[in-house]
Write a new protein. Structure first.
Length: 181
């Protein structure tokens, strides 16, 4: 890999780490600091080690981002506990993201979700974290993380589709967006 390619790859890695932190925290300033702290230096001679370091950096970013918003997560988890999820709509239909969606539209749809359900969606759907690991990271039981996942995914789909989220009561999709800016 040339020095230019290596520099571009480092910049892409840093941008990806920033976006992950931003989706979790909803705060640009905190996310920049977290991503900068976790940025990985590439070792051109050891691709396996460099890949492992990138994966480890994602874990570090997740842990630091969740720690940075610990109080907001706790408040949001309490709101999630109180939210009612219509059981007839709790099961999510099979879906996938449209190839025509851009990054900013996905970001907007996620940031419009209250922080705890948003974190559950980011971890379980986008990062592919196992439920057991998500419960440890979010410091909540599996039932609440599953409920938050259902709430967050329903709102995410509604935000992308422009539909209301009838399956969930007690959440304002604009709450998290207003807090993020």
């Amino acid at each position: 890999m040339s020095k230019v390619d290596n520099r571009e790859a480092k910049m892409k890695d840093a941008a990806d780490l920033y976006w992950l932190a931003y989706l979790l925290t909803g705060r640009r300033d905190v996310s920049i600091d977290i991503a900068a702290d976790a940025a990985v230096s590439r070792d051109e001679g050891e691709p396996f080690f460099a890949g492992w370091m990138r994966a480890w950096s994602r874990r570090i970013v997740i842990a630091k981002a969740l720690a940075a918003i610990r109080d907001e997560l706790a408040e949001s988890a309490r709101r999630t506990e109180l939210a009612r999820v219509d059981q007839s709509t709790a099961r999510q239909p099979d879906w996938s993201l449209s190839p025509y969606l851009n990054k900013s539209r996905i970001e907007e749809a996620l940031l419009a979700i209250d922080v705890f359900p948003r974190a559950a969606v980011v971890l379980l759907v986008f990062e592919g974290v196992r439920i057991a690991d998500a419960t440890a990271l979010l410091d909540r039981d599996a039932a609440l993380v599953r409920k938050a996942h259902a709430v967050g995914l329903r709102e995410f789909m509604a935000n992308l589709g422009g539909k209301d989220s009838r399956g969930v009561s007690g959440f304002s999709p604009m709450l998290a967006l207003a807090q993020a800016h």
